[in-house]
Design a protein around this ligand. Structure first.
Ligand code: SF4
Length: 341
């Protein structure tokens, strides 16, 4: 066993998390659909945020077969607000592939799981380790942080060389026995003790061998991403409203931000372009009012949205009742909808 797996497993037996919604039931018969869904939701998202989304998603799509049969819009509607929507579209695509190519049985080989849309090596390893106790290493955000500190790994893990180093270490530490528990244990350690700020080193089961702890350099690892200033952009969102109080939404292209979600018509944020776009949509349309700008940040840029409410007389085609939307909308669109009468 590596220097960390034994103390980590001992710690896990006492302090590991065992009551997360996707862990309910016999460990030896983990529901692979639940494990898969949780691993996809947990990419770039914390457990505390995921729990409600997970429970709601399972309520709407209780099995892989039901998910495969659902429309993409209904899947995105349950994902709305969780962000990184390609994850939901890939999950849906994967469910269809599993029904078609694997007769509805989730594949059990790492090559087959990695081949599913949206599943990388770490996610595939975690799914098969947790649900089948297969011997795979994982390297999610928590594990990257723990190993970067434990070994004082220089460089940001966005750099290929650093990532390669971390994978080597992850594999070295992964035990052959109790692989499922180890996978859960190292994720739990990163989530509950070796946290981004103020790590609980005093209670950490692997502090003895931890280089960052020995040198008091925990805050330096993982090394931060080289800084780049995020650009800022502006857009106008045209909120077309008809006399019945319904609003017009259009489905966004699959590629790009909020892919596949439904949103307001957008145009450049200047008066000429706004007027041109409005009159192209409906010659009799006129601006009713504007709302306060909404700020939203993506990984690569900050966006300021100027919502413009537009009255569209005599128009109903494509309009939807605000209170009965059955499609997924991005968070800023929800914020705008909440301000409408
Ligand atoms: S000793 Fe501290 S820095 Fe090192 S692994 Fe444990 S919690 Fe993280």
């Amino acid at each position: 066993m590596s220097s960390i797996s034994k103390p980590l497993l001992q710690w896990f037996d006492q302090h590991g998390r065992t009551q997360l919604p996707w862990q309910i039931g016999e460990k030896s018969h983990a529901n692979i659909y639940h494990v898969w869904l949780s691993e996809i939701m947990l990419q770039q998202t914390q457990v505390s945020t995921v729990i409600d989304y997970f429970n709601n998603f399972i309520h709407h799509f209780p099995s892989l077969a039901i998910l495969a049969d659902a429309s993409e819009d209904s899947v995105l509607a349950q994902w709305a607000g969780l962000g990184y929507y390609a994850r939901a579209r890939n999950l849906h695509k994967s469910a269809k592939i599993i029904m078609q190519d694997y007769q509805g049985v989730f594949p059990a080989s790492i090559e087959q799981v990695v081949a599913l849309p949206g599943v990388g090596e770490s996610t595939a390893g975690a799914i098969l380790s947790i649900s089948h106790n297969q011997n795979h290493a994982i390297l999610d955000g928590n594990v990257k942080r723990v190993l970067s500190r434990y070994h004082q790994v220089k460089g940001h893990y966005g750099q290929a060389q650093t990532l390669k180093k971390l994978w080597v270490l992850a594999r070295q530490h992964t035990p052959n026995m109790r692989n499922n528990d180890y996978t859960q244990a190292i994720m739990d350690l990163g989530a509950t003790l070796c946290t981004r700020s103020n790590p609980g080193c005093g209670r950490c089961p692997i502090q003895q061998g931890c280089q960052a702890y020995q040198h008091n350099t925990q805050t330096e690892y993982p090394n931060p991403k080289p800084k780049k200033n995020k650009p800022s952009r502006r857009t106008a969102m045209l909120v077309y409203q008809n006399k019945q109080g319904q609003i017009y939404l259009e489905k966004r292209p699959v590629k790009g931000i909020w892919g596949g979600l439904w949103s307001f018509v957008e145009c450049e944020n200047n008066p000429q372009e706004i007027n041109r776009t409005i009159h192209k949509f409906n010659a009799k349309a006129c601006i009713n009012r504007t709302l306060d700008p909404i700020k939203h940040s993506f990984t690569h840029y900050h966006l300021t949205i100027n919502p413009v409410i537009v009255d569209c007389p005599e128009q109903t085609f494509g309009f939807q009742p605000i209170n009965q939307l059955k499609v997924g909308v991005p968070t800023p669109v929800n914020k705008i909808l909440a301000q409408l009468d």
